[in-house]
Write a protein that binds this ligand. Structure first.
Ligand SMILES: [Zn+2]
Length: 136
C-alpha cells in the first residue's frame, strides 16, 4: 500500500481513535517510512515484514514493543505490517497475479475491493484503540 493508506488514512484513523494531531502524525510518518527503512527487495527477512503470514508476526512484535515502551514509531510499524498483510495476501500472491495482468494492483487503495479496504481499516483501528487502552 502507498501513502494513501500508510500516511493519509492512518493519520485520519489515529485522530478518530483519540490520538492528538502530533501523535497521529508520528504514527502515520513511521508507518509510511517503514518501506524505506525495511525495503522488501533488500532481504528475505524484510520480505516477511510486508507479506502474510510473516507480516502478522512482525505486527505483533512491533505492537508489543510499542506498548511496553509507549513508542508511537513502533505502533506505526505494527500498523504497516498489518495493513500490508491484508493488502498483499499470502506470500505476495497478489503481486504475482498483478504482474501477470490477472489481478488488480495490490498496492493501490483506489482499486482495492471494499472488503479489503474494510479489513485494512479494521486491523488499523483495532491496534490504535488497543494501544490507547494500554493493552498488549
Ligand atoms: Zn510495506
Amino acid at each position: 500500500m502507498g501513502p494513501t493508506v500508510h500516511l493519509v488514512l492512518t493519520r485520519e484513523w489515529a485522530r478518530e481513535c483519540g490520538f492528538s494531531g502530533e501523535d497521529a502524525e508520528v504514527i502515520a510518518q513511521s508507518d509510511l517510512a517503514f518501506d524505506a527503512s525495511f525495503p522488501a527487495r533488500a532481504s528475505l527477512a524484510n520480505i516477511t515484514r510486508h507479506f502474510a503470514p510473516g507480516a502478522w508476526a512482525w505486527s505483533r512484535h512491533y505492537y508489543r514493543r510499542a506498548v511496553r515502551c509507549r513508542d508511537l514509531t513502533m505502533l506505526g510499524y505494527a500498523l504497516h505490517c498489518a495493513q500490508d498483510a491484508v493488502a498483499h495476501g499470502t506470500l505476495g500472491e497478489n503481486h504475482v497475479l498483478a504482474n501477470l495482468g490477472l489481478r488488480r494492483e495490490p498496492d493501490s487503495w483506489d482499486v482495492a475491493p471494499p472488503g479489503i479496504r474494510q479489513r485494512i481499516e479494521r486491523v488499523s483501528r483495532e491496534r490504535l484503540l488497543r494501544y490507547r487502552a494500554g493493552r498488549e
